[in-house]
Design a protein around this ligand. Structure first.
Ligand SMILES: NC(=O)C1=CN([C@@H]2O[C@H](COP(=O)(O)OP(=O)(O)OC[C@H]3O[C@@H](n4cnc5c(N)ncnc54)[C@H](OP(=O)(O)O)[C@@H]3O)[C@@H](O)[C@H]2O)C=CC1
Ligand SMILES: O=C(O)C1=N[C@H](C(=O)O)C[C@H](O)C1
Length: 254
């Protein structure tokens, strides 16, 4: 069976990668894309403007919408998705608390799956972070991420997820980009964001102490890794009911 997919943010870096990646698979078909304004066709997929989303959802009848856009653009399609009862996979990062709450509220009416990082390696890293932070009590923790120079949100969504994962294990306060006289407290975690070139996404958690340093790191080498995970999530979500879902459920189901 083929899962029919709509892509929000279709003309962006990730939107285009999702369309390209889907074209190489036979379990998914991108039937329509949404962009800020009408973008004609991308990879043979019609891409309509944000003001045409309700009509386009009715016409193309996707099973799931995959979103890689901006927080306001993602939130802009939620009502239309609820209206036609279509599931939503959210890859966009940088939501504030209100935006996150709006997505959670939508999950009362449609299936919603949100992940700050759709690579499988990051899911493994998160599990390893839990184990390492739990085992290495008292070690200093420092978190770094590097992304391309067009990324607008900082720290990255993934860095925030790693931070939350650390905080589930240990009570640490983030200190963002130290400057000046800034002696380190025992209960802090330094968080640093670098923006350069076209780096796809690098994350590293350092745990240091007791004459040793552990470094847990991940580097995405192609955006296709995120697109593949998001498409896997979309196929999985097409068979789910209303509610909030996480990417590790997709991996655990395999
Ligand atoms: N979860 C994950 O695994 C990953 C998440 N991301 C996240 O995905 C998001 C997108 O990243 P990326 O593709 O690199 O960013 P881009 O800026 O390349 O793409 C976002 C696109 O959304 C478009 N857009 C703006 N307004 C609307 C609207 N109202 N409706 C539809 N589209 C709109 C933008 O158009 P315009 O440029 O004309 O404004 C742009 O083309 C980011 O938040 C990023 O952090 C990225 C990679 C992996
Ligand atoms: O903007 C990106 O490029 C990426 N964004 C996500 C994030 O903010 O963590 C995931 C990935 O690192 C690439």
């Amino acid at each position: 069976m083929t899962t029919a997919i709509a892509v929000n943010g279709a003309a962006g870096r990730m939107g285009r990668t999702v369309i390209e990646t889907a074209a190489e698979r036979d379990d998914v078909e991108v039937v329509v894309g949404f962009h800020a304004s009408d973008a004609g066709e991308i990879g043979g997929v019609p891409v309509v403007g944000a003001d045409e989303v309700p009509e386009a959802l009715a016409e193309h009848d996707p099973d799931v919408v995959v979103d890689f856009s901006l927080p306001e653009a993602a939130l802009g399609i939620v009502d239309a998705c609820v209206e036609v009862d279509v599931g939503l996979v959210v890859g966009t990062t940088g939501f504030d608390d209100d935006g996150f709450d709006a997505l959670e509220a939508a999950s009362d009416e449609i299936p919603v799956l949100k992940a700050t990082n759709f690579s499988r390696g990051i899911q493994v890293l998160l599990r390893t972070v839990t184990e390492a932070v739990g085992a290495l009590d008292g070690y200093d923790l420092e978190l770094m991420e590097t992304h391309h120079n067009d990324k607008v949100d900082a720290p990255s969504g993934t860095a925030n997820t790693i931070l939350e994962t650390v905080q589930d294990e240990r009570d640490v306060e983030p200190v963002y980009g130290r400057e000046g006289h800034a002696p380190r407290e025992d209960d802090e975690i330094g968080v640093f964001a670098r923006r350069a070139g076209d780096v796809r996404g690098e994350h590293e958690l350092v745990l240091a102490g007791n004459d040793e340093v552990v470094s847990l790191s991940h580097r995405a080498e192609d955006r296709a890794v995120f697109a593949a995970g998001a498409l896997d999530a979309a196929v999985w979500l097409a068979d789910r009911g209303d509610g909030w879902h996480e990417f590790d459920e997709v991996i655990d189901a395999e």
